[in-house]
Design a protein around this ligand. Structure first.
Ligand SMILES: [Zn+2]
Ligand SMILES: [Zn+2]
Length: 353
């Protein structure tokens, strides 16, 4: 089968389109999925720069149809998934560690992550995922919308983690895919939301949604925002965010910065730390964190979110995701897909098998 793979076949290591990869077989509790639409994410691009030391099939954003099931999948989930149109959570967990037992499955200490850590991803004609990760897609949510479930869930996680009181002023810093999704879900709350970014065409989308948007160079950094969401995907985002948030305000971090990296090497938000680096302290020599102490800032890290809420939000038509699609390509386009997603004006590149 075809698969977009990042492995050691080339020197230097680079993504390649394999055409003769053996289709995987679902193990116990797993299902085999035929993806019908896939989304390219900043994390995929970062993995190709060496983030996480990942090797294997790329991709974690998909909607698809379950084609086969391994032993015991319906026993575990109480449902026969074969033939169902599904999306799937990306963290594959052990179910027995302290985090899993506490209900914090996305923080499983022994997890693999679809197309990000220790597990082949979805940029292939077939891939496998545990049945417990699946969510059936409502009929009124078509593939072009359903493929946004994972990034929308990540945006909704911000809403879940914030306590909104007294109509706060919220700035979403960053006008990329994730920032624009965060802005749309936050603007539905009892809050005054604006987007601050660097790209005029992307900011114009916000106007279409009735969300005020400003260029970073045009706003004063006055420490006057109650809440700032850093969705820049850039190591410099945190410094800017600290200059925007008011004393005793809240900073939500959706950007991950790999340990030891210097700007602008900046993986986006849905990964986990590489195993080898989990115990190392991040290199903070280039970022002055003292404003967090002086201004007594409440800092919230934010990663994966609720798929069920995301599907409901899509089903209710509460967010515009279609405007985020800048290009449609085929799996057979191979590495060009990643190049297209890397273009400055690109928002979401969607893939078809
Ligand atoms: Zn993603
Ligand atoms: Zn676990």
């Amino acid at each position: 089968m075809r698969a977009l793979v990042f492995n050691d076949a080339g020197h230097p290591v680079q993504p390649t389109l394999q055409t003769d990869r053996t289709a995987p077989k679902p193990g116990p509790g797993e299902v085999l999925i035929r993806p019908t639409r896939m989304g390219v994410c900043a994390t995929d691009l970062e993995l190709c720069k060496g983030y996480m030391g990942f090797r294997g099939v790329l991709g974690h954003e998909f909607v698809g149809v379950v084609e086969a099931a391994g032993d015991g999948q319906s026993k575990k989930t109480g449902k026969d998934w074969v033939g169902k149109r599904v999306v799937g959570e990306i963290n594959c967990v052990c179910g027995t560690c302290d985090m899993c037992k506490a209900g914090l499955r996305s923080h499983c200490r022994d997890r693999t992550v679809l197309g990000i850590a220790g597990r082949d991803g979805c940029f292939a004609e077939r891939f496998v995922l545990p049945a417990v990760n699946l969510h059936e897609v409502p009929n009124n949510v078509d593939d072009d919308h359903a493929v946004f479930t994972e990034p929308l869930a990540a945006a909704l996680q911000v809403v879940r983690q914030l306590k909104i009181e007294g109509r706060p002023y919220i700035t979403v810093l960053g006008d990329g895919r994730l920032g624009l999704l965060c802005a749309q879900v936050l603007s539905r709350l009892n809050a005054t939301v604006r987007v601050v970014g660097k790209h005029e065409p992307k900011l114009r989308l916000c106007e279409k949604w009735g969300i005020p948007a400003r260029l970073l160079g045009d706003v004063g950094l006055r420490k006057d925002q109650d809440i700032v969401v850093d969705a820049t995907g850039s190591a410099t985002g945190l410094t800017t965010a600290m200059q925007m948030v008011r004393p005793r305000g809240t900073l939500v971090l959706k950007t991950t910065v790999a340990p030891g990296s210097t700007p602008p090497h900046t993986p986006a938000s849905d990964g986990v730390k590489p195993r080898a680096e989990r115990s190392e302290a991040p290199d903070q020599t280039s970022i002055d964190l003292s404003p967090l102490v002086i201004d007594e800032i409440h800092v919230i890290g934010s990663r994966c979110g609720p798929f069920r809420d995301a599907l409901q939000t899509l089903s209710a038509g509460h967010v515009d995701v279609v405007s985020l699609v800048t290009r449609r390509m085929k799996l057979a386009d191979g590495v060009d897909v990643l190049r297209a997603a890397n273009q400055p004006g690109a928002l979401k590149v969607l893939l078809e098998p």
